[in-house]
Design a protein around this ligand. Structure first.
Ligand SMILES: [Zn+2]
Ligand SMILES: [Zn+2]
Length: 276
């Protein structure tokens, strides 16, 4: 029982941290402790860290921290690309290790061994296409083409030169301060892709986002079906309904999720991956 309470508390704290970090600045949380947690997580914590570095290492420490900050946030670097590959590769590795022995199962056919690999492979291909394609760099050779393709409307976009590249800045283009170049139909600089998202790679980026949305849904449905299949195979539902006299309906069984889980041995990794 104590362990279950600990898990509930852990879940609530995690939920509070995630909600505060993502939504703490929303008007409905103004003046509440949720907003205070948001400011602490978004700014305060790093500020305290900087002060600790200053206190312990002095000016040399803060100087080193500033250059790390510059490298991580203001210059192109592959940190988030490596993190993405680690997340998708690591998660798939855990799934292969923990659940492939149950595929084929009661509800999942053998084909999911291959379709899951295909889903991940397509995701990585879209990631590579977005990361390593030209977003539509504007330079002295192609600027006239972009100027005629995107005329100025004199409402939002006025005739203007880029002060860094010293070339006319076509409408809807923007100078990326991280990559130090002008990009046509600029959307944003994506740290995960280590590339700008612009005219020529927006389609890959949108396909990447859509595909990962599909992968998430596919993963959750597959894990739920896998767990349901295991329970069916282990006859947990049968034990609960026949021996414990619990109504054999979703409504009747739902309050006994914990018991279902305990009786069906231990599938914590599946549940965690499902939530993730
Ligand atoms: Zn520029
Ligand atoms: Zn950029």
């Amino acid at each position: 029982m104590a362990v279950q309470w600990l898990l509930v508390c852990h879940g609530l704290v995690t939920l509070l941290v995630v909600v505060s970090f993502l939504c703490g600045n929303w008007p409905i949380f103004q003046g509440t402790f949720v907003q205070r947690i948001h400011f602490f997580l978004a700014f305060g914590a790093y500020d305290y860290f900087r002060r600790v570095i200053d206190f312990v290492f002095g000016a040399r420490g803060t100087g080193a921290l500033a250059s790390v900050e510059y490298f991580c946030c203001d210059r192109p670097n592959p940190i988030l690309q490596i993190l993405y590959l680690g997340i998708i590769g690591g998660t798939y590795y855990i799934i292969v290790k923990s659940s492939f022995s149950y595929i084929p199962g009661y509800y999942l056919s053998e084909i999911h061994r291959y379709t899951s690999l295909l889903a991940v492979a397509v995701g990585i291909i879209l990631f590579l296409l977005t990361s390593f394609s030209d977003p539509g760099t504007v330079n002295i050779e192609n600027v006239s083409q972009y100027l005629s393709a995107y005329p100025y409307d004199n409402i939002i976009f006025f005739e203007k030169d880029c002060s860094t590249c010293k070339i006319p800045r076509p409408a809807r283009s923007k100078h990326c301060s991280v990559c130090k170049r002008c990009v046509a139909r600029f959307d944003h600089h994506c740290g995960w892709m280590n590339n700008c998202i612009g005219e020529k790679n927006t389609r890959y980026f949108m396909a990447f986002l859509f595909w990962h949305f599909i992968i998430c849904i596919y993963g959750v449905v597959a894990i739920v079906l896998l767990l349901a299949g295991r329970m069916k195979e282990l006859q947990v539902i049968h034990i609960l309904t026949v021996y414990y006299g619990i109504d054999n309906s979703f409504r009747g069984l739902a309050p006994h999720v914990a018991q279902v889980k305990c009786l069906s041995l231990s599938y914590h990794s599946f549940v965690l991956i499902g939530i993730f």
